[in-house]
Write a new protein. Structure first.
Length: 273
């Protein structure tokens, strides 16, 4: 028996990185997965983003666990596309019990020829995309009347904000991740009456293609002052995706049935004062 037997989880940014890890971890505990990803490049992001092949690989790994998965390419900035993905996924797998608003971008260190475009893409993906994700799924969860659990992916930058260098990318990233906390608290107060719990997770640097790439690493090498502000307290440079997935598994399971409205760091001590 798994902790999530019979549950359906809707996960954005599921083609690779943390999203794929979350999908696998929840599937290992019995959940079926509605997996959404843009699986395309956003022009203001300098590192390579996920591809349709990445999304197909997520599906392959979930199916290898003998769980069901529905995949669809959709940009979280496009509310109608997310609504369509939810509708199609529910038609195939059943009602949604769990929502993981995980999709995000981190264009820090890129050339940034257009600061306005960079700002809009980061805020659109990391903040508006989170609102879109919840609003695409929550109404049906409310109508069903069976409760549920929602986890929003923020960052240590949503609690602390160190590492800014004045660029649109760094300021928008910190602003968006702080904004996710505001969304989480607002959703918590709205959805508690329906027994839907809402929490946020706040990872430090995670060993995924969004962080472990030439653009981000080059940025940190060029600016030692920023790099020094990004150090973890525990002697690890980054945590692994499964470390975040395990925390999320706990948050969405019955083991955390009365946990709602919390900002949960998984940060190797980064935020310790």
């Amino acid at each position: 028996m798994g902790k999530l037997d019979g549950k359906v989880a809707f996960i954005t940014g599921a083609a690779r990185g943390q999203g794929r890890s979350h999908a696998i971890r929840l599937a290992q505990e019995g959940a079926d997965i509605i997996a959404v990803d843009i699986a395309a490049q956003i022009p203001t992001v300098a590192y390579p983003m996920a591809t349709p092949d990445d999304l197909a690989e997520t599906a392959k790994q979930i199916e290898a666990l003998d769980r069901r998965i529905f995949t669809q390419q959709a940009d979280v900035r496009d509310f109608a596309a997310l609504e369509a993905a939810v509708k199609a996924g529910v038609a195939e797998l059943g009602p949604i019990d769990i929502v993981l608003a995980n999709a995000g971008i981190a264009p820090q260190g890129g050339p940034e020829p257009d600061q306005i475009a960079t700002w809009n893409d980061v805020i659109g993906t990391n903040l508006t995309g989170v609102w879109n994700t919840v609003m695409a799924a929550a109404p049906a969860m409310i109508e069903r009347g069976q409760g549920g659990a929602i986890v929003l992916t923020s960052s240590t930058q949503g609690l602390k904000g160190t590492g800014g260098d004045g660029t649109a990318a760094t300021t928008a990233y910190a602003a968006s991740k702080h904004g996710v906390v505001g969304l989480m608290r607002s959703f918590t107060n709205w959805l508690a009456q329906y027994s839907i719990r809402v929490n946020s997770v706040h990872p430090t640097g995670v060993n995924t293609p969004m962080v472990n790439n030439e653009v981000i690493q080059g940025w940190l090498e060029r600016d030692p002052a920023v790099a020094s502000m990004m150090q973890n307290l525990l002697p690890v440079p980054m945590v692994e995706p499964v470390d975040i997935s395990n925390a999320i598994l706990w948050l969405v399971s019955d083991e955390a049935r009365y946990v709602t409205g919390v900002t949960l760091p998984v940060d190797a001590g980064f935020n310790a004062s």
